[in-house]
Design a protein around this ligand. Structure first.
Ligand code: GBH
Length: 482
């Protein structure tokens, strides 16, 4: 496709935006909600930038009608949100709190009334604190509790929501939560993180079975993975081996059981000093290996790795974020490098070829399975102009590049059915607090007023027409519309 050919998508393509409960809802003590691990973590000094929390976030719990109306005005036809587990089951066990469920019933009704298709994520990192106190994801019991919770939400919303996602990015839950500790619950125990990864896989499998038992057969169940495009720094055998190690820990640990019913042998070998994997019981892999209706992919940036002894030049990034502890159990001899190219405000290199590469990998590994890009987007240095408008040409360029990569993959035979921009609006960016803005809609954190950025108008135009507008005019400052 040449630069000037219009980039056109199939008519049924879903043009969505994504959010998650703790990042937007606020109202953390209302209607029976109890603390999740993210409430505890964000209220622990030193855990998040500036000690920021999701106590108020962007107050979506009270402003959901306004937010849905805004999505409809922009022209989106899909919305991915998550349900807060401690709103529905405050202790992580037992009967549901109806007031908690009612919020999501109202939200779904509002979306459907505006012609927006809801996609529900059951778990976007906010484990009820009581379940963490009982051991959290390293304990098998948590997977059974998740299945019960899935049953409750499936029963309540299954008649109106067709698209279901069990877990968001189990890699982050397991390895950022329990190994590097930069995410809640902030533990730094690599063996526990590997157990957590298995119990998250098990939770997905048991949760899928529970959902299907209570929902109409037309509904679809999937999982959103932050699969990683892992690139070796060079073709040296040591660097290729390092890339394979990270591929197992980033991708194989989930793709293996989910798509093929087995963990990679090489993962067992590499982690043998940490665990004998005896927490994987007979029958678990069959439980995890449910036929999926689709696959969800969240993509931001590729990873560039080498053997730690590599003498290659160039700046280094350790891939550990703010922690001295690695999120990669058993891979202390692997070095992470900054991939070349422009970066977003997160410091993540912008590289749409990684998205194309992962879509084509899924197409090979899971033939026939429809794919959704369940998150993709960029943090930019957004500031309102004196006239109050917010212009974000960098985000438009990012979206144009990545949506073009999606379109290219469709041309190459991939069955991508939709795209959810991360994120609908600026929100609580976990350990980074409110400083990193991922929204297509700007939020003034003083007034909580919402203002669509130029990228929101650009994306809305793409959603309404099915064609990517050129990234330049009329989206540039002087000519952009309202
Ligand atoms: C997603 O996580 C989350 O689902 C969403 O809630 C969040 O707001 C959004 O992305 C933006 O962060 O860590 O330097 O080695 C994405 C988490 C980002 C983790 C990329 C791995 C690799 C770069 N992933 N990261 S680095």
């Amino acid at each position: 496709m040449s630069e000037t050919t219009p980039v056109t998508f199939p008519p049924a393509f879903l043009w969505g935006a994504a959010t998650s409960a703790y990042q937007i809802e606020g109202a953390v003590r209302e209607d029976g909600r109890t603390p999740s691990i993210w409430d505890t973590f964000s209220h622990t000094p030193g855990r998040t930038a500036g000690g920021e929390t999701g106590d108020i976030a962007v107050d979506h719990y009270h402003r959901y009608r306004e937010d849905v109306a805004l999505m409809a005005r922009l022209g989106l036809n899909a919305y991915r949100f998550s349900v807060s587990w401690p709103r529905v089951q405050p202790t992580g066990r037992g009967p549901a709190v109806q007031r908690g469920l009612d919020f999501y019933r109202r939200l779904v009704d509002e979306l459907l009334a505006h012609g927006i298709r809801p996609a529900v994520t059951l778990y976007h990192w906010d484990l009820p604190q009581e379940l963490e106190d009982a051991g959290g994801w390293p304990e098998r019991e948590t997977a059974y509790r998740f299945a019960e919770y899935a049953h409750i939400v499936g029963e309540a919303l299954g008649d109106r929501v067709e698209q279901w996602i069990t877990l968001n990015e189990p890699w982050c839950s397991a390895f950022l939560g329990y190994a590097s500790g930069v995410h809640a619950p902030g533990r730094t125990d690599p063996a526990a993180a590997l157990r957590a990864a298995h119990h998250l896989n098990l939770a997905h499998g048991l949760g899928t079975t529970a959902l299907r038992a209570v929902m109409p057969a037309r509904n679809t169940v999937t999982i959103s993975l932050n699969s990683t495009a892992v690139r070796p720094l060079s073709q040296r055998p040591a660097d290729l081996a390092a890339a394979r190690r990270i591929d197992d820990l980033a991708n194989g640990v989930f793709h293996g059981p989910l798509l093929h019913g087995a963990y990679p042998e090489s993962l067992f070998t590499a982690t043998a000093p940490l665990t004998d994997w005896s927490h994987v019981r007979d029958g678990d892999l069959a439980a995890v290996h449910q036929p999926l209706d689709a696959l969800g992919l969240n993509y931001y940036t590729p990873s560039l790795v080498s053997a730690a002894d590599s003498d290659a030049p160039g700046p280094r990034a350790d891939g550990h974020g703010a922690s001295a502890h690695s999120p990669w159990p058993g891979a202390d001899d692997v070095a992470f490098h900054q991939a070349p190219g422009e970066r977003t405000e997160m410091g993540w290199t912008i590289d749409p070829t990684g998205l194309h590469e992962l879509i084509m990998r899924y197409t090979r590994e899971a033939p026939g399975l429809p794919l959704y890009i369940t998150e993709n987007g960029a943090a930019c240095d957004d500031k309102p102009d004196p006239d109050g408008r917010v212009h974000d040409p960098e985000r438009i360029a990012y979206l144009h590049g990545h949506l073009s990569a999606v379109r290219r993959a469709i041309g190459d035979g991939a069955d991508v059915r939709g795209y959810y921009l991360w994120s609908l609006m600026d929100n609580f960016e976990w350990a980074y607090g409110y400083d990193k803005r991922f929204g297509a809609v700007y939020v003034d954190y003083g007034t909580l007023e919402r203002t669509p950025k130029s990228s929101a108008r650009w994306y809305g135009e793409a959603a309404r027409t099915g064609v990517l507008p050129a990234p330049g005019t009329p989206w540039t400052p002087d000519t952009a519309g309202t």
